[in-house]
Design a binder for this molecule. Structure first.
Ligand code: PRP
Ligand code: ADE
Length: 237
């Protein structure tokens, strides 16, 4: 490991510790990591960097289960079963940790483009695009000004309301590989629209990923449309 790689690893470990600290005391963080609370305090506050051995242990131990637990701790359900996930989608550092774990868990190929839906998918999309060194594209419910050509996809929802997403046509090229991501998947209607946009753009879908699935309906719907891997970090019933 050269000096820059060591520094990157040390900073990644600090990012992991800071993320875990948000919902824990130093004593609890010590129980999770096996490191002394005093040292953890110095790492989290940026006074000292963990050595490379400690840093790699911290980074490697943050697997799917740790992130899924953290996700569960951060989302709230209201009395009708709707999710408030602002504690997750407003936290870019948390999402930056999700990207490598999602890539490894679901074996997503590195795509040319990460495609998501405005609004709440954007921060996850940015984290995934940055991890894969891919372009980010987000479809919106309205047409962006000054853009002439759009790929658009429309669907009538169970309620009878029509939902249309628009993507500037230049965002996806024919033959691009596309990973479709979103913060949440429930009915799967949004994913279906995004997959249709990818299809209209003659792109190849390499996977579908959501942070949160509410029930299985949406994931199943996506699996009916694509043979690529489809998965969520956490499923709530
Ligand atoms: O699987 P589905 O039933 O389609 O639901 C999932 C979609 O719903 C939410 O977006 P919303 O439409 O609330 O828009 P927002 O991101 O602008 O809040 C969420 O961000 C997903 O895009
Ligand atoms: N925030 C949310 N919670 C549950 N289902 C949803 N479908 C769309 N947005 C949702």
């Amino acid at each position: 490991m050269n000096r820059a790689e060591k520094a990157a690893l040390q900073l990644q470990a600090v990012a992991v510790l800071r993320m875990l600290k948000q919902t824990r005391t130093y004593e609890e963080l010590s129980d999770v990591t096996g490191l002394p609370a005093g040292d953890l305090n110095r790492y989290v506050n940026g006074h000292v960097l963990p050595g490379t051995d400690r840093a790699s242990e911290v980074v490697e131990s943050v697997g799917r289960d740790a992130l899924a637990d953290e996700l569960v701790a951060r989302v709230e359900f209201d009395h009708e079963g709707y999710v408030d996930n602002s504690g997750v989608v407003f936290d870019q550092s948390f999402l930056d940790l999700v990207a490598p774990v999602a890539a490894e868990t679901f074996e997503f190929e590195s795509p040319d483009v990460v495609l998501t839906a405005a609004t709440d998918g954007i921060t996850l999309g940015a984290a995934m695009a940055s991890f894969f060194d891919a372009r980010l594209a987000y479809a919106k419910k309205s047409k962006e000004t000054a853009v002439e050509e759009f790929i658009e996809s429309r669907q009538r929802l169970a309620s009878g309301i029509e939902l249309t997403y628009y993507l500037p046509a230049s965002a996806v090229n024919a033959g691009d590989t596309v990973l479709v991501v979103d913060d949440l998947i429930r009915s799967g209607e949004t994913q279906e629209l995004l997959l249709d946009i990818a299809l209209q753009g003659d792109a190849d879908v390499t996977g579908v990923f959501a942070l949160i699935a509410v029930g299985d309906e949406g994931l199943e719907r996506a699996r009916e449309i694509t043979d690529a891997p489809v998965g969520a970090l956490t499923t709530f019933e």
